[in-house]
Design a protein around this ligand. Structure first.
Ligand code: SF4
Length: 485
């Protein structure tokens, strides 16, 4: 995937994508706003949740050991995974030990982050997504574009075509005469998935939360397909990021109120599934839990930015982001798109290593909407600025100076002397007429095209036309300074 600026330029040319995104995010935004207004003390609730997460992160090591002990006592096998390779190896080993070639999956960001499906496929094990939107993405040989609605960039006609053309190759085919009516499409998916649920002996899930003192994993979802995966197969492997732990059952209360309202605009999740190890004769009889680091301890070491680990993956920040709404999730080149992706990816991977990751903290206008909407009060704009500083620091030793550094040096030189500033103002005022233009929908004259190196700026932005006479020239001309120059 190219770095964000290149990918975003290409995405901006796709009018259908922009229409799909604007419609979907606008609908979710309106639903969310309505259900949040119903609560008396939303702000108090989000501050409480933020405190719970911060206190848990401050003693994460202790809570994780408690979680391990509780899960083990209830019959689960706990594995520690330093990185994606470790985690994928555990899942593949469990499948191989049972001679399993197919697994069903509950929608999970952690398993996408570690590229589990691709790694299992290399070993001859097929992983089948069972969340409807994930199924659309998988059948379309596509990538998710949103945390909550991975197929947000697809409209229903595109989905009908994907189902009609691809379902038959991997299981039960779509019925003849499939239309793009949502109920008909959901019916086709239901039949296709039911075959998978009833024929597959192993499931893989993530978890939204992991309660340390009871050893309980929690998955919230809207369709019930996740619950089918968690209850029908014989073997269950759950890949859980270490930041998902909460100390006690009662800590869940605020999160289970904040999450559905922030994500789908619902008062509560239609399906909240909890499980603790193995229950004889009920559900999977072999349960493995993989506790995944994969950069989380690196993020934890950053005193300011560690608050990003509070994230409960609700996707509200994506739905309000003007940048995300215009370019979609693929441009971020990661399973975590939008504002949270712009901070989480550099925190997990580290900056100064690849241009695609270093570009992400700049993929924002810093309008602040993401921070305002976040149900766990993560200061996303603050972290974006913090990470921009880290990216600059990481490149201080590079051979060639960056264009921004050159521009800042030139600005410092020009602004450092009244005479040079005055000369610059006179030159710009005189030359502005040469490049003066206009834009449809505005009456204000603008500069639409500057010669190089200013062309780098005006390729994507207009400049207001400066006045023919600067303030300082006017001050002198009208004698306000008593005639002194
Ligand atoms: S950063 Fe906040 S708003 Fe964005 S997905 Fe995470 S919890 Fe939701």
């Amino acid at each position: 995937m190219p770095p964000f600026p290149t990918a975003a330029r290409a995405a901006l040319g796709d009018a259908q994508l922009r229409r799909n995104l604007a419609h979907a995010t606008g609908t979710i935004r309106a639903k969310r706003a309505a259900v949040i207004d119903e609560l008396e003390d939303w702000e108090g609730l989000r501050q409480r949740a933020a405190r719970t997460k911060d206190e848990t992160l401050a003693h994460l090591d202790e809570h994780l050991l408690t979680l391990e002990a509780s899960l083990t006592a209830r019959g689960a096998t706990v594995h520690w995974a330093r990185d994606a390779a470790d985690a994928c190896r555990v899942v593949a080993d469990v499948a191989r030990a049972h001679g399993i070639r197919d697994v069903v999956k509950v929608k999970s960001m952690a398993t996408q982050e570690i590229q589990l499906n691709e790694t299992l496929a290399e070993q001859g094990i097929s992983a089948w997504e069972t969340d409807l939107a994930e199924l659309i993405v998988q059948l379309g040989d596509d990538l998710p574009s949103h945390i909550l609605v991975p197929a947000i960039h697809r409209n229903r006609t595109e989905i009908r075509d994907i189902f009609r053309d691809r379902m038959g190759a991997v299981g039960r085919a779509a019925p003849d005469g499939l239309t793009d009516d949502p109920a008909v499409l959901a019916g086709a998916a239901r039949l296709h998935l039911r075959e998978k649920f009833l024929s597959t002996r192993m499931a893989v899930s993530g978890a939204n939360f992991a309660v340390a003192d009871t050893g309980t994993l929690v998955v919230v979802e809207s369709e019930g397909n996740g619950r089918m995966c968690l209850t029908l197969p014989e073997v269950l492997v759950s890949v859980v990021g270490i930041e998902k732990v909460v100390p006690t059952w009662s800590d869940l209360e605020s999160f289970l109120t904040l999450l559905p309202r922030s994500s789908t605009g619902e008062r509560m999740n239609p399906y909240t599934s909890t499980w603790s190890g193995v229950a004889p004769g009920d559900g999977p009889q072999e349960v493995h839990v993989v506790l995944l680091d994969n950069g989380r301890t690196k993020a934890l070491a950053d005193d300011f930015a560690r608050q990003a680990l509070r994230c409960i993956r609700c996707s509200a920040c994506l739905n309000v982001c003007p940048v995300y709404e215009r370019v979609g999730g693929h441009t971020y080149g990661s399973v975590y798109p939008g504002p949270i992706g712009a901070i989480l990816n550099p925190l997990l991977k580290g900056v100064g290593q690849d241009p695609a990751t270093d570009a992400l903290p700049y993929a924002s206008t810093l309008c602040g909407a993401c921070g305002d909407v976040c149900p766990v009060a993560i200061d996303i704009p603050g972290i974006l600025v913090h990470l921009r500083g880290k990216v600059v620091d990481a490149h201080r030793g590079d051979g060639l100076p960056k264009a921004e550094a050159v521009a800042m040096k030139a600005a410092a030189w020009g602004l450092g002397s009244a005479a040079r500033l005055g000369l610059g103002e006179r030159l710009l005022g005189a030359a502005a007429g040469l490049w003066r233009g206009s834009r449809a929908g505005t009456t204000r004259p603008v500069i639409t095209r500057l010669p190089w190196p200013g062309s780098h700026w005006t390729r994507a932005r207009d400049l207001p036309v400066p006045p023919r006479e600067s303030f300082r020239a006017w001050w002198r001309r009208t004698g306000r300074d008593g005639g002194a120059s």
